[in-house]
Design a protein around this ligand. Structure first.
Ligand code: ADP
Ligand code: MG
Length: 376
C-alpha cells in the first residue's frame, strides 16, 4: 500500500467495501478501480462515461483489504501520538450503507479476535498495551471514555443509563478548559473489558431509523471519546483526547425518499457535514475561510470537535464508498468531500498541562516584576 506525499497531521483514506447482497440482487456493476501500487481511484462505468474521474488519497482500500490491514496501515501509526500529548480524531464519512459503522467498529459485540472487528476495539486494545507499559515505568495513567450521539443538533449521552430525554447534554466553551460537555458521563476505564462494556452499552442506545437506502440506518453522528492522562514519575503530565466519530449518512435527503421527520433529519445531518467540510477546508486555507476565521460555531458537530480538528490534533478521515454503479452520485460526492479534506494543513502542538502553563506564566511575571524593581 503506497502513501501519497501529504501532511503528517491529516490523512484521508478511502475504503471501497465489497458488494452487498442488495446490490448483487439488483445486478449492479462495479464502477471503481484502484490504480495498482498507487493510492489512486478511477471511477468508471460504461453508461456513466461522463463521470470519468481520478482521485488520489493517502491510502486507498479495496474490497479485498481486511479490517486488520486498515488498522495496521492507517490507524496504528497515529495511536502513539496520543501518548505524545496530541489529540487524535478519526472520522468515518460516507452515505448510509457504505461501511462506516463496520469500519469504525461502533457496533462492537465483544469479540476482540473476530477478523471483522473494527477500529475502535482494536485501538482500545493497543492503548491498553501502552498503558500497561507506562504503568510498569511507574507512570500514573487515568483513562475515561464517553459516548455521545448528535441527533438533529441535540447531543445525547449514550452512557447516562437514563432515558433519551434525560440524557441531553450541553456544549459549553471554557476559555481555559476548552470545550466542555455539561452533564456528560465520563466513565473511568481501567481495562479493555470495561472499555468494551461502554462501547456496547452506548452502541445499543443509538437512534436508528429506516430509510429507502438501508433497512436500519444510523441517522445520527456517534462520537466515542477516550480521555487519557499520563503523569510520569518526574511529575510531568500529558493529556490527550481521542475522538472516534461514526458520522451519519451523507446522502442528500432527496435520494432517501424521506418525508417528515426523516426529511428534517436529513437536512440537519447535511448541515453538520457541510459545516465540518467548511471547517476542514478553511483549515487548509481553501473556500470557507473568512480572513483566517474558522467557522466552528456553525454546527454542534464542529463546535464539539473544535479542539480536535486543527490546532493540536492529528486527523484521519476514512471516506467509505460502495463499488456499485447504482450509488455513483453519492460515491462521487463522497470522493469530492474527501478530496477537499485532504487539503487540511494542521500544525499540531502538544497539550500542555494547564497548571504547568499557569506556573510558568506566574514565574515569568515574577521575573518581569523583579527586573522592573531592579531598574527602579
Ligand atoms: P454504514 O454505517 O455506512 O451505514 P455499515 O457499516 O452498516 O454502513 O455497512 C453496510 C453493510 O455492509 C453491513 O451489512 C456491513 O456489514 C457491510 N460491510 C460494510 N463494509 C464491509 C466490508 N469492508 N466487508 C464486509 N462487509 C462490509
Ligand atoms: Mg452506520
Amino acid at each position: 500500500m503506497a502513501s501519497a506525499n501529504a501532511s503528517d497531521c491529516v490523512k484521508v483514506a478511502i475504503r471501497v467495501r465489497p458488494f452487498v447482497q442488495s446490490e448483487l440482487t439488483r445486478g449492479c456493476e462495479n464502477i471503481i478501480e484502484k490504480t495498482p501500487d498507487q493510492p489512486q481511484l478511477v471511477v468508471k462505468g460504461d453508461s456513466y462515461s461522463k463521470h470519468q474521474d481520478c482521485y488520489t488519497f493517502n491510502d486507498v482500500y479495496t474490497p479485498e483489504d481486511s479490517q486488520l490491514e486498515i488498522y495496521n496501515t492507517s490507524v496504528q501509526p497515529i495511536i502513539g501520538k496520543l501518548f505524545e500529548g496530541y489529540n487524535v480524531t478519526i472520522l468515518a464519512y460516507g452515505q448510509t450503507g457504505s461501511g462506516k459503522t463496520y469500519t469504525m467498529g461502533t457496533c462492537f459485540e465483544g469479540n476482540w479476535d473476530n477478523p471483522c472487528t473494527g477500529i475502535i476495539p482494536r485501538a482500545l486494545k493497543d492503548i491498553f498495551v501502552s498503558v500497561k507499559e507506562l504503568k510498569e515505568k511507574s507512570c500514573e495513567v487515568t483513562m475515561t471514555c464517553s459516548f455521545m450521539e448528535l441527533y438533529q443538533e441535540n447531543l445525547y449521552d449514550l452512557l447516562s443509563g437514563k432515558s433519551k430525554d434525560q440524557s441531553l447534554c450541553e456544549i459549553r466553551e471554557d476559555s481555559i478548559k476548552g470545550i466542555i460537555i455539561a452533564g456528560l458521563t465520563e466513565q473511568p476505564i481501567a481495562n479493555s473489558t470495561q472499555a468494551a462494556q461502554c462501547l456496547m452499552e452506548g452502541g445499543s442506545n443509538r437512534t436508528v431509523g429506516a430509510t429507502a437506502m438501508n433497512d436500519v440506518s444510523s441517522r445520527s453522528h456517534a462520537i466515542f471519546t477516550v480521555n487519557l492522562k499520563v503523569k510520569s514519575e518526574e511529575g510531568g503530565t500529558t493529556k490527550a483526547k481521542f475522538h472516534l466519530v461514526d458520522l451519519a449518512g451523507s446522502e442528500r435527503s432527496k435520494k432517501t425518499k424521506a418525508t417528515g421527520t426523516r426529511f428534517r433529519e436529513g437536512v440537519k445531518i447535511n448541515h453538520g457535514l457541510l459545516a465540518l467540510g467548511n471547517v476542514i477546508s478553511a483549515l487548509g486555507g481553501g473556500t470557507g475561510t473568512t480572513g483566517g476565521y474558522i467557522s466552528y460555531r456553525d454546527s454542534n458537530l464542529t463546535r464539539l470537535l473544535q479542539d480536535s480538528l486543527g490546532g493540536n490534533s492529528v486527523t484521519l478521515m476514512i471516506a467509505c464508498v460502495s463499488p456499485a454503479d447504482y450509488n455513483i452520485e453519492e460515491t462521487l460526492s463522497t470522493l469530492r468531500y474527501a478530496d477537499r479534506a485532504k487539503k487540511i494543513k494542521n500544525k499540531p502542538v502538544k497539550n500542555l498541562d494547564s497548571n504547568k502553563v499557569e506556573i510558568q506564566r506566574l514565574k515569568d511575571t515574577i521575573r518581569d516584576l523583579r527586573a522592573s524593581l531592579d531598574e527602579a
